[in-house]
Design a protein around this ligand. Structure first.
Ligand code: SF4
Length: 382
């Protein structure tokens, strides 16, 4: 077996360095490929089920997914393989992170997706998978390996997880462990790091503990609270993680260790993922903002309810009038039948808004997520 996970930096006599990755989070050794792609926003997040047989009190899974047998590719609900394919293409994904719930609870589905994604996007499409390992038999690991899985990440919730972890090390893929940093839990994490180094695991990811709509009561019961000024980070979690990172710098030679703070998720991963998607879906009149949102202008009729033929005709008439009177190029105009409005570039609309308003039309600039639901985050009347 070839050990692709060894880290030359850790050779005898050379002190390990704490480095910062492109997103700004600290690590020692080598950043896992799955993390590199995730930071670039190039990973499709594929939740294969919300079902899980573990009951971690800190589980941050959202209400709509927790305990439900649903499939999501990023924010898109998936019912057929074509929807997954479309999301992968539109988001410019170069890999996927298969998550749950517990993906092994729907093992055949999980295996199918590994094969399907490798088949559609090619062998170089990097796939990593999260599991507790409790349901990971040798046969199952073998079939995932044969299907081309690149990286497997264990969330050890019991001794059984550790057994599976050792079995996974028999294959030529990357094996890691990923856990949340419980405030003041550094002693336990150091114990884990020592074990991982001993058995030859390639990487150890320590996540900042995250408060969500579904776990905040359990966290509160244990005395954990939101860090001042943070959106989701638990106070004391970062301190514990950084102590472990420092201990690892001094005491481990081969294991790579990465601390992933909560702000990385929204500030870097999500932003980069939105940027990729926005560049793929933006129409010529839509500007992609620095945050990866779509910015453009909208024209609506005063009584726009979307349920009358006459209203839709009126929108078509507006488009014809803009083409004729202002010579707006055809690619810079669109009737959006779902939202019952005409869309154009913000800078075009700013110029002609006074005229349109005199005609009794409503004009505004809007900002939207480039995701399937097109959530609107800004509406500025002109
Ligand atoms: S193993 Fe993961 S999905 Fe399952 S309960 Fe724990 S944190 Fe939630």
């Amino acid at each position: 077996m070839v050990d692709k996970g060894s880290d030359s930096e850790g050779k005898k006599g050379r002190k390990r360095r704490v480095r910062k990755n492109v997103g700004g989070s600290p690590y020692i050794g080598k950043l896992p490929r799955g993390c590199e792609l995730c930071l670039e926003g190039a990973k499709l997040v594929l939740l294969v089920t919300g079902l899980c047989d573990s009951k971690c009190y800190y589980c941050p899974l959202s209400e709509g997914r927790k305990g439900k047998d649903v499939i999501y590719a990023n924010e898109r609900r998936v019912l057929r393989d074509e929807e997954l394919l479309k999301e992968g293409r539109i988001s410019g994904a170069e890999g996927a992170g298969i998550t749950g719930g517990e993906p092994f609870m729907v093992f055949e589905r999980t295996l199918h997706y590994v094969k399907f994604l490798k088949g559609e996007f090619g062998a170089g499409f990097h796939i990593h998978l999260y599991t507790t390992g409790k349901m990971a038999t040798i046969e199952r690991l073998e079939s995932l390996y044969e299907a081309g899985l690149d990286e497997i990440r264990f969330h050890p919730v019991s001794r059984v997880s550790l057994g599976s972890l050792r079995e996974a090390l028999e294959y030529d893929w990357k094996v890691g462990v990923e856990v949340p940093a419980i405030p003041q839990g550094e002693v336990k994490l150091i114990e884990i790091a020592r074990y991982l180094e001993e058995v030859g695991v390639h990487f150890f990811n320590i996540n900042e503990m995250e408060i969500s709509e579904t776990n905040f009561k359990e966290l509160e019961k244990r005395g954990f609270r939101l860090r001042e000024g943070a959106i989701a980070a638990v106070e004391g979690s970062e301190e514990a993680a950084l102590k472990v990172l420092e201990w690892c710098r001094e005491n481990v030679r081969k294991l790579s260790v990465h601390y992933c703070p909560t702000w990385i998720k929204d500030g870097v991963q999500l932003r980069n993922r939105l940027l990729r998607r926005a560049r793929n879906v933006a129409r010529p009149y839509q500007e992609v903002t620095e945050e990866g949102l779509l910015y453009f202008g909208v024209i609506e009729t005063i009584s726009c309810r979307g349920d009358s033929e006459e209203e839709r005709d009126q929108l078509e008439r507006i488009v014809r009038m803009l083409r004729r009177s202002f010579e707006v190029p055809v690619e810079m105009l669109r009737v959006n039948p779902k939202k019952v409005r005409v869309e154009t570039a913000w800078y075009i609309l700013e110029e002609i808004a006074p005229y349109l308003k005199r005609k009794g039309l409503k004009c505004a600039t809007v900002e939207e997520y480039p995701t399937k639901d097109r959530l609107q985050t800004l509406y500025l009347p002109l």
